[in-house]
Ligand binder design. Structure first.
Ligand SMILES: Cc1cc2nc3c(=O)[nH]c(=O)nc-3n(C[C@H](O)[C@H](O)[C@H](O)COP(=O)(O)OP(=O)(O)OC[C@H]3O[C@@H](n4cnc5c(N)ncnc54)[C@H](O)[C@@H]3O)c2cc1C
Length: 367
């Protein structure tokens, strides 16, 4: 198969890039697993917040907001509430001061207001809260389906069960790729392989960037109170979080456990830690855990995604290192991938949010 662009990875990153490129170039997405979104994408907490991650991440989220809300069915309102234990008022004040300039709608809540929003707390035990009223819950499956439709509806190809095992540069300076039963020739290779992105680079003869996959596990449980109207509640020191998940609650110890790129499994100890942290901080009793899972959040050395052509290898494009923010930033990262490849530029619409090409470029990790 001959294409303009081969995208390695059928997670949210590869699919978003394909969706933005599909009208203008012949594209193929190559996914190793037999279904799309099997790894990090299918295991996220599905939150859109402008108060989580470094400042570049938060600007990328804001630049994605329009897409996520203009397309029906992709998101529903889910405010985020940061809380701190009594005695930790300073932490909440600092958090408010650091987030508020970028998110003017942020509100400071008294202990009573905090308990009114979430009955899992004792009024006397907490310092209060900081509320982001405009945060969202993302329907990750709907977003993935939206991207997939955009690719397939214009006749472009997505292949599953197509693990890339061999990458070569042929004489005509095209990439020659073996992916399962398929041999593909492509002018440009987009590396959207998530936790495996450094491995894919090495396969292509490109130096790795030092990406670090960090495991985070989550669990769902039945709350001892009606949780359906609760916000996503995050500890001000990011030691744990929980959110309503239908009639149940999803919780996490917010751990970051170094891992090889693997099919991640939730360590029992990490689930126990999450239960302990959440029960200590709230009046919830977690008697039975319904479900557990884990995924890899893969970070670059500076924790900002890497998006752009590698300066050392013609036609090798990085779209990786989205860490714990790859769902909410996928619209704008797909758009940036497309405009960099098609026009060698980042559009004014995106730079208006303060997003710069340089802060995403792989050049920053090269000597
Ligand atoms: C517990 C948890 C909570 C999270 N919560 C949020 C959240 O609330 N909001 C948010 O925005 N983000 C969140 N994230 C982060 C988000 O899930 C990731 O940033 C995002 O899914 C990364 O997408 P990706 O496409 O880069 O990676 P992946 O979904 O892992 O996709 C990469 C794909 O590449 C494929 N691949 C690898 N090597 C090859 C090869 N050689 N050949 C072919 N295919 C290959 C893999 O099979 C995989 O399917 C969370 C993550 C976790 C784990």
């Amino acid at each position: 198969m001959d294409v303009d662009i081969a995208i390695i990875g059928g997670g949210i990153a590869g699919l978003s890039a394909a969706a933005w490129l599909a009208n203008d170039r012949d594209v193929v997405v190559l996914e190793a697993e037999n279904s799309l979104g099997y790894h990090a994408t299918g295991r996220s907490a599905a939150a859109y917040t402008e108060c989580y991650g470094s400042e570049p991440i938060r600007r990328l989220a804001q630049a994605s907001h329009e897409y996520l809300t203009a397309n029906e069915g992709l998101t529903t309102p889910l405010p985020v509430m940061f809380v701190a234990q009594k005695g930790n008022e300073d932490r909440l004040n600092r958090l408010f001061a650091s987030f508020q300039p970028l998110v003017p709608s942020l509100e400071q809540l008294s202990p009573s207001d905090t308990v009114e929003r979430c009955s899992a707390f004792h009024r006397d035990a907490i310092a209060g809260g900081v509320l982001e009223p405009g945060a969202l819950n993302i329907d990750v499956h709907a977003l993935q389906t939206d991207y997939t439709r955009k690719v397939r509806s214009v006749g472009q190809t997505i292949l599953t069960s197509a693990p890339v095992t061999h990458i070569d540069r042929d004489d005509g300076s095209r990439w020659s790729i073996i992916a399962g039963d398929h041999t593909i020739s492509a002018g440009i290779l987009v590396n959207a392989a998530g936790a495996w992105a450094d491995h894919v680079a090495v396969m292509a003869g490109v130096d790795p960037l030092g990406l670090e996959p960090l495991l985070r596990s989550v669990f769902t449980f039945e709350a001892s109170a009606d949780s359906t109207s609760w916000p996503l509640v995050v500890d001000a020191d990011e030691q744990w979080y929980f959110k309503p998940e239908g009639p149940h609650v999803l919780g996490s110890a917010a751990s970051e456990i170094p891992s090889e790129p693997v099919d991640a499994r939730a360590p029992e100890l990490d689930i126990a830690l999450g239960i302990e942290k959440i029960t200590n901080a709230t009046n919830l009793s977690i008697r039975s855990v319904r479900n557990t899972w884990a995924g890899l959040r893969t970070f670059t050395p500076d924790r900002v995604p890497v998006v752009g052509f590698d300066p050392s290898a013609t036609g090798f494009f990085w779209l990786a290192g989205q860490g714990g923010y790859g769902i909410k930033t996928s619209p704008v990262l797909g758009e940036i991938t497309s405009t960099l490849i098609l026009n060698d530029t980042v559009d004014d619409r995106v730079t208006a949010f303060g997003v710069t090409r340089a802060e995403l470029a792989p050049d920053r990790f090269r000597p």
